[in-house]
Write a protein that binds this ligand. Structure first.
Ligand SMILES: Cc1cc2nc3c(=O)[nH]c(=O)nc-3n(C[C@H](O)[C@H](O)[C@H](O)COP(=O)(O)OP(=O)(O)OC[C@H]3O[C@@H](n4cnc5c(N)ncnc54)[C@H](O)[C@@H]3O)c2cc1C
Ligand SMILES: NC(=O)c1ccc[n+]([C@@H]2O[C@H](COP(=O)([O-])OP(=O)(O)OC[C@H]3O[C@@H](n4cnc5c(N)ncnc54)[C@H](OP(=O)(O)O)[C@@H]3O)[C@@H](O)[C@H]2O)c1
Length: 456
């Protein structure tokens, strides 16, 4: 069933929990006034690359100043960021549409200029299925499916520079408006392309992969789309969430983030993720108007009892909340042990927060550290391989009430770590497969809430 939550409220939801309209109400009025709908304009004071020089990855550390916003958070929370699309991409799309930047369009935020809509309220960096499917409305097929003979193309304008004209072509060779003649076949190749995409789900997915609206308008823009046609079909801009990498008590008045920048090639151009491209390329240190809001968690939290042991599994950017947890446990003087599993491509290039982690080992905050470098040797070494190598000790920690946390990639890493945890319970705890699943998924995860995940 389609969700009925307003868009902005959905982005204040974490896991299965929905926070209140103003999640920080408990922290007073100043906290309550900031939300996805009414974000705080924060100053970014730090934006630097965490990777070594040899690295092919771009993982950045950001610090956001909370100023006098009154915003507060706890270790485990996330920060929402509302991105702004690059002005080059916005300009290029407006040109490809043949539209006017000042054209007024009706949107979910009211009547605004096309320029504002495409910059701040819609996602134009990736084409969606709905828009491509809607292109079918620009064609009208005459004849049955087995004998598509003619495509009637509905144009809002013709290239001859004439005023806007509506034209329905019957397909007959002599049925063209004065001064406009057919070119080649009487079936528009764009129709054939659209038809093959719309009748084949995989072809549509492949087509959409790494294409933005410049690419789609290159193929179909000649059919004529008004600014309004366009915004009616494309996706609304969504905020993105980031696990906070700092404890509010350790890094006073600031929020730290650990962000993997998304860059890829598509149709001969370099493209970026909307938010990561914005932050990496258009938010230099000192930028004062980055729109943020808090997304509190009720589940991904430290044990209330500081004497509990915790195991943290967080490769890649999954390290973020564990940096926050370690800072908090150190400040709190928590007596429980801390075991960190981290990993990434290479020690040289991607050992994020190497010095800080080293200092936590030195001062005893980290009791055990296991590092999995996946691209250093002939074999992949992943965090779950190291877990399997320490199966007896992991079982000992969790059998004695320890907490088990996982953060990072949901689809591959978290799935494999989950099955490794179940295997450890089978092998070390002597449980049947069914009992081990029950223990991990029901007892630890749901009842005792000590198997906690922040995965994306
Ligand atoms: C609770 C939560 C916490 C999170 N915490 C963090 C965190 O701490 N750090 C972090 O970095 N991220 C985190 N994320 C992920 C983050 O929210 C964003 O999803 C991520 O940064 C990408 O956002 P974007 O706007 O830059 O990319 P988008 O514009 O959303 O683009 C991403 C999309 O680009 C496309 N794409 C990616 N690579 C390619 C490619 N090679 N070729 C073609 N297309 C491609 C894919 O369709 C992909 O889905 C978290 C997510 C959640 C839900
Ligand atoms: N759900 C998602 O779409 C998603 C989630 C997380 C990250 N990402 C994207 O991935 C990029 C980098 O993210 P990141 O820096 O956080 O790192 P990451 O891609 O999550 O990789 C971190 C480490 O995890 C390893 N890994 C890969 N598959 C694994 C598995 N099945 N089990 C355990 N470990 C595994 C990687 O090894 P190898 O790479 O050598 O295999 C790497 O050493 C970003 O562009 C980010 O947006 C996407």
């Amino acid at each position: 069933m389609a969700s009925v939550l307003p868009l902005w409220l959905k982005y204040e939801r974490r896991g299965a929990h929905i926070t209140s309209l103003y999640p920080g109400m408990a922290h007073g009025d100043s906290m309550a006034k900031w939300s996805a709908k009414n974000p705080y304009e924060s100053t970014v004071t730090v934006n630097h690359i965490l990777n070594g020089e040899s690295s092919k990855k771009e993982t950045r550390h950001f610090v956001f100043d909370l100023g006098n916003s009154g915003l507060t958070y706890k270790a485990g929370d996330a920060l929402g960021i509302i991105p702004v699309t690059s002005s080059e991409l916005v300009d290029d799309v407006i040109v490809a549409l043949g539209a006017d930047a000042d054209e007024i369009v009706e949107t979910h935020v009211g009547a605004i200029t096309l320029l504002d809509a495409l910059s701040n309220h819609y996602e134009i960096h990736q084409a969606n299925r709905k828009f491509v499917a809607s292109i079918g409305n620009k064609f009208e097929v005459i004849g049955g499916p087995s004998e598509i003979r003619i495509v009637k193309r509905i144009r809002t304008s013709v290239d001859s520079g004439q005023a806007t004209m509506h034209w329905s072509w019957s397909g007959d060779d002599d049925d063209y408006p004065d001064g406009f003649s057919p070119i080649g076949s009487n079936v528009d190749p764009a129709f054939e392309q659209w038809n093959s995409l719309s009748s084949d789900d995989k072809a549509m997915s492949d087509y959409l992969w790494a294409r933005d609206y410049i690419d789609v308008l290159n193929d179909f823009g000649h059919l004529g789309f008004s600014g309004q046609d366009f915004v009616d079909q494309i996706d609304r801009l969504k905020p993105r969430l980031y696990s906070i990498a700092s404890s509010p008590d350790f890094e006073l008045g600031t929020v730290h983030l650990t962000i993997a920048i998304v860059r890829y090639e598509g149709q001969g151009r370099t493209k970026t993720g909307l938010t990561t491209g914005y932050l990496a390329d258009r938010v230099p240190e000192g930028t004062s108007n980055v729109r943020v809001f808090m997304s509190p968690t009720r589940s991904f939290i430290l044990p209330g009892d500081g004497s509990k042991d915790i195991i943290m599994v967080g490769p890649g950017t999954g390290i973020a909340p564990f940096r926050a947890f370690l800072q908090q446990r150190k400040l709190d003087g928590a007596t429980g042990r801390n075991w960190l599993f981290f990993g990434d491509w290479t020690e040289e290039g991607e050992f994020l927060y190497r010095d800080e982690i080293g200092a936590f080992v030195e001062d005893g905050t980290i009791d055990k550290l296991d590092l999995a470098w996946s691209r250093e040797g002939p074999e992949k070494v992943y965090v779950q391989h190291l877990m399997a190598g320490h199966a007896a000790e992991i079982w000992d920690w969790i059998d004695n009430g320890g907490y088990f946390y996982v953060c990072g990639d949901k689809n591959r890493m978290a799935r494999d770590v989950h099955s490794t945890l179940i295997n450890i319970c089978i092998e070390q705890g002597g449980l049947s497969e069914e009992d081990a699943k029950q223990f991990v998924e029901q007892t630890m995860m749901r009842e005792e809430k000590r198997y906690l995940r922040d995965v994306y």
